[in-house]
Design a protein around this ligand. Sequence first.
Ligand SMILES: [Ca+2]
Ligand SMILES: [Ca+2]
Ligand SMILES: [Ca+2]
Length: 287
Amino acid sequence: MATKQKLLTLLFLAFIPTAMMAYECEVNGDRNVSFVDVVENGDLEGEPSNDWSSFWVLEWRTMNEQFFGPANIVVDPTNANNHCIKVVVRSEAEAREAGNMIDDGNGNYAPYESVFFVQSKQEFESGKVLRLTMRVKADREAVIQTQAHRAPDEYNHWNLFGNIHVTDTWQTVEKEVVLTPEMAQMGYAQGMRTVAFLLATVPEGNVFYFDDIKLEYESMTQKGDLNNDGQVDIYDVTALIDIILEGDTTPPYKMTQYDHLAADFNNDYSIDIYDVTFLIDFILNKE
Ligand SMILES: [Ca+2]
Ligand SMILES: [Ca+2]
Ligand SMILES: [Ca+2]
């Protein structure tokens, strides 16, 4: 930490005076509403990262043992050139036989016996517009439910995007919602960043496949404008250094006065010294 601080101070002293004097730039004209995708590798074709996964599951890969972690990426059963996520949902009979069924409180097989989670890199507050797009199919026709969670398996609200009707052929789902305070809040903690899909809705069990997943939010900001004031300038550099010093530098980012996705200037899912140099470079070279 001490070394990092020293490095930042050096950079700061070297670049900032020049930036302050002559190169402050006005980017008001470039501002517009856009949708920003907050999942990584949504088409499941890239290398899975060890640092961060957008896609989690609570499932039963062996019928007796609960698995809670990154989702399983497999070859698409309908297209050998494509990859997708596969989630296995055990049947009610298998769950009862295993003796560890997650029930609904009344002894019944619960929809949340198996859950697929899409986890955003960014927390959201109420009022945000969220848009979900994905392709989905299942071995058995089913209606699955969507919930708002804080992190995977940290429940916020029973409904997010409504129910989704899934059939045995690939179909594209598109949903949009404005987050309510109930969706965005868990107890005293503001912030929602996870869509939960409750999959155990057919007692016979099921197998689900998901692909081409996007979770987007409506944004007014642009890269480098961390404080969302319409300009990319020295104040954004100091905000960026603040974020680094506070250590909130990898997804999922907390909600603060700064836009962390705007801070990750080179889009590598890490906010670090490289972003500081890229941002300073951008400010110096902007006409
Ligand atoms: Ca794919
Ligand atoms: Ca700014
Ligand atoms: Ca970065």
